[in-house]
Every structure is written in structure tokens, then in C-alpha cells.
Design a protein around this ligand. Structure first.
Ligand code: ADP
Ligand code: MG
Length: 252
């Protein structure tokens, strides 16, 4: 992996400081700050419209913040060199149905400058799809397609991967498998930021950030968040923090 010499803060994979982002009248990010430690699974939890996708796109450099700063792997962005060290899986599938598994993974790896045959094979093997590598993606089940998407963000060996609602529409059994894959990624030293509006995925994350109305309203482990909120239930805990921050009635 290529390491950037500007890497000044190795402890954190991502540092977002006081970021604001508006789309016309919509104030999508309202002074949001968070820090993700290297090698952890950080869960970004919040309802639809909370600002999760906007935050993720800001971290990967697709949106420029109106104000505030974003530092990725120790490098202040925007910075085009950092992209090759980052993987991003969007909320909607970006795969080509008429290409095979191998061709899709090779295409997305190629966009990131990776043309390494072994790395592509490894990524496909990682998601247990070697036996289907020559199948057209259009012929695969939904769960397999999601795994192809994962392989597509993995092949160029990123140090940080952002997955935007990767388990939406995935059946419960497969969701378990997915989380096993996520954990295996962090075992490789990769940092994962995973967004979800499903609170029951919280337990699988090392730390959580609760996002509501473009703000981070609480951050910590599932246990500490529930303890501090005085409840066993993570959904209930979310509502307690939303109420405290005065954003409880501001659903977009
Ligand atoms: P989430 O991913 O948590 O559902 P989003 O980040 O997609 O939330 O959206 C946050 C808010 O910003 C919403 O009100 C959404 O309509 C708005 N928004 C997001 N992207 C755009 C855009 N490109 N143009 C206009 N409004 C947007
Ligand atoms: Mg979203």
C-alpha cells in the first residue's frame, strides 16, 4: 500500500470538524464533527434524511463542505491522491448487469488505478464468489450482487472503506454474513464506516455515531450510549439524545 507522507495524525482514519453543507434551502450538515479510529467499524446511524449519505460523500470528496474541515488518513481533503486509498460503496448498486463478476470488479479496481490480476482474484475470493467469477452480474441473486459490490471496493486494497446502507434490502441471514465480511476486513487493518437506519445493526459496530438533522447527537459504543441514556434499548437511546439536543421534532 502506498503511504502518504502528509500523514500527521495516524490515530484517526477520518476527522470531520464542524462541517456545514447546504443544498439551497436544505441545511444537510449542520456543524457536524466526528472522528473514526483506525481499524474500527464505525456505525453511522440515523433516520432517512439525517445527512448520512451527504456526510459520506463529503468524506470521500464528492461534496465540498461550505465550511469546516475533513481529514482523511491524515491528509486534509480535497486531495486527489487520497482517493486511491479509499473505497466507497454507494447506496444504489453501481454494477453493470451485462458484465461478469470478474469484469465488474476489474473495472472498478481499474478506476482506482489497480490492474493487479491477483488482487482482483483475491477480492472475489474474499466475498466467496470465485465459482461465479465468469457469471454475468444480471444473473446473480441480490445478495450475490451486493457481494460483488463489496469486492469492487476492496480490490484496490483501500485503507478506509465507506459503505452507505450496504444491508438495505438484504435478507436477515445474509446480513449476518455481511457483517462477518466487514469484521474480516477490519482484521486486515481496514477502517470501515457503515451507515444504516436500522438500529439493530448497532451491536455489530465498535463505535457508533448518532446522526440527526445534520448533526452528530451522540457518539460511543452501543453499551456506553445505552448506559448514558439510561435504557437497554438502542432505539430508545437515540430518541433520548435527540430530545436532549432539541432535534427530536425536526424530522426532515
Ligand atoms: P440520509 O442519507 O441520512 O438519508 P441525505 O444525506 O441523503 O440523508 O440527505 C440529507 C438532506 O439533504 C435531505 O433533506 C436530502 O433531501 C438533502 N439532500 C441530499 N443530497 C442532496 C442534493 N444533492 N441536492 C439537494 N438536497 C439534497
Ligand atoms: Mg442515505
Amino acid at each position: 500500500m502506498n503511504h502518504n507522507t502528509n500523514d500527521t495524525t495516524p490515530e484517526y482514519a477520518v476527522e470531520v470538524h464542524d462541517v456545514h453543507k447546504r443544498f439551497g434551502e436544505v441545511h444537510a450538515l449542520q456543524g457536524l464533527s466526528l472522528r473514526t479510529r483506525k481499524g474500527e467499524i464505525y456505525g453511522l446511524l440515523g433516520p432517512n434524511g439525517a445527512g448520512k449519505s451527504t456526510l459520506i460523500r463529503t468524506i470521500v470528496g464528492l461534496h465540498e463542505p461550505d465550511s469546516g474541515s475533513v481529514t482523511v488518513l491524515g491528509t486534509r481533503i480535497p486531495n486527489k491522491d487520497i482517493l486511491a486509498r479509499v473505497g466507497y460503496m454507494t447506496q444504489a448498486s453501481a454494477l453493470y448487469n451485462d458484465l461478469t463478476v470478474w469484469q465488474n470488479v476489474a473495472f472498478f479496481a481499474g478506476l482506482m488505478g489497480c490492474r493487479d490480476h491477483d488482487a482482483i482474484a483475491e477480492a472475489i475470493e474474499f466475498v466467496d464468489l470465485s465459482h461465479r467469477k465468469d457469471s454475468r452480474v444480471g444473473t446473480l441473486s441480490g445478495g450475490m450482487r451486493q457481494r460483488v459490490s463489496l469486492a469492487s471496493v476492496l480490490a484496490h486494497k483501500p485503507e478506509l472503506i465507506l459503505l452507505d446502507e450496504p444491508t438495505v434490502g438484504v435478507d436477515p441471514q445474509l446480513r449476518f454474513q455481511f457483517w462477518d465480511h466487514f469484521r474480516a476486513m477490519t482484521d486486515l487493518g481496514i477502517t470501515l464506516i457503515v451507515s444504516s437506519h436500522v438500529m439493530d445493526e448497532a451491536e455489530r459496530c465498535d463505535r457508533l455515531g448518532f446522526v440527526r438533522s445534520g448533526q452528530l447527537i451522540a457518539e460511543g459504543t452501543s453499551l456506553s450510549l445505552r448506559e448514558q441514556a439510561g435504557t437497554d434499548d438502542i432505539e430508545q437511546a437515540f430518541l433520548v439524545y435527540a430530545e436532549q439536543k432539541g432535534v427530536g421534532n425536526n424530522v426532515q
